[in-house]
Design a protein around this ligand. Structure first.
Ligand code: GUN
Length: 300
């Protein structure tokens, strides 16, 4: 295995440390405690795990965490009423509505009801538009975490060929915008892309965000390229005993690590950075709301 491992877990711990320092300073110098409200509708087990760890880490960095758990059959009107209350609450600087929402709720409508200034997910159309036009915005957490790791590893990304596999609103599209903003030559590949292996072989930077376990094999990777694996897929692992499972990324780790220059592992790569960036976005939103200078290094 030749690749250097990009240790997202360590990177995230460092970022959370920076966030905690800024939170302490906001308290000491301005008497402000940043607050993050997380809304979970229903009982999706994976979402419950995420929401719990978001709440725990929010408190660990010294911020206030407000959790709102709603019944699976919550009406759109009730959810929108909650969002309106959170929008108006000066103690709440960030609002995150955990996705996916139950099928009877219109995700676009709900996300666009959040005050864009409190939209720490960066999913509101205003933030999408601001990011796309290179203006100050809230930046989606997972792509922001990937960008931070890429910048830390490479310094400048200018002129590099980047291929993003996956065109989701949560990862693929904003990732491509951020890489473009850093002057990469960017391709967004997806399930209909012709000759996907050849497209990926051009890349100095591969960001895989498709949600298909181990889809990208090592022989798609240009020697020395940097591989950022956003996938978190649970697969059966009978080799570990009956009924056992394990987490894998969208890239086949062992074969990609043979060829790549650097790679993020799963788990321990992009995943921990996502929550750290959520906390960073909450501090950024809090500073903007209070006209306090924004700390360096917490956003794109
Ligand atoms: N579900 C999976 N990822 C995310 C995310 O980044 N934000 C929200 N709100 N929901 C998610």
């Amino acid at each position: 295995m030749g690749a250097r491992i990009i240790d997202g877990k360590a990177f995230a711990a460092e970022l959370r440390g920076q966030v905690a320092d800024h939170v302490a300073r906001l308290g000491a110098e301005h008497g402000i405690i940043p607050g993050l409200a997380v809304v979970l509708v229903g009982e999706d087990p994976a979402s419950q795990v995420y929401v719990r760890s978001k709440g725990r880490m929010t408190v660990e960095v010294g911020m206030n965490s407000y959790e709102h758990r709603l019944e699976p059959d919550t009406s759109e009107a009730d959810l929108l009423a909650l969002i309106a209350r959170l929008n108006a609450d000066p103690k709440v600087h960030g609002i995150l509505v955990q996705l996916p929402l139950p099928g009877h709720l219109d995700e676009d409508l709900v996300i666009n009801a959040i005050d864009p200034a409190k939209d720490v997910d960066g999913f509101h159309v205003s933030n999408v538009g601001l990011l796309g036009t290179g203006q100050k915005s809230m930046v989606p957490c997972t792509p922001l975490g990937c960008l931070m790791m890429l910048r830390a590893h490479h310094g400048s990304l200018s002129g590099m060929e980047a291929v993003v596999i996956g065109r989701s609103n949560i990862v693929g599209k904003p990732m491509a915008q951020l890489l473009l903003g850093d002057s990469c030559t960017v391709t967004i590949a997806h399930s209909r892309t012709r000759d996907l292996p050849d497209v990926v072989r051009r890349a100095d930077i591969v960001v895989a965000a498709v949600g298909r376990p181990e889809m990208v094999p090592g022989d798609w990777i240009k020697p020395g390229a940097t591989v950022i694996d956003v996938g978190i897929n649970r697969i059966d692992a009978p080799e570990n005993g009956a009924g056992k499972t394990r987490l894998v990324g969208d890239c086949h780790y062992d074969s990609c690590a043979e060829i790549a220059g650097a790679i993020t592992p799963v788990p321990g790569g992009v995943g921990p950075m996502t929550i750290a960036c959520l906390l960073a976005n909450t501090v950024t939103a809090c500073c903007r709301a209070n006209n306090v200078p924004e700390p360096e290094g917490l956003t794109a």
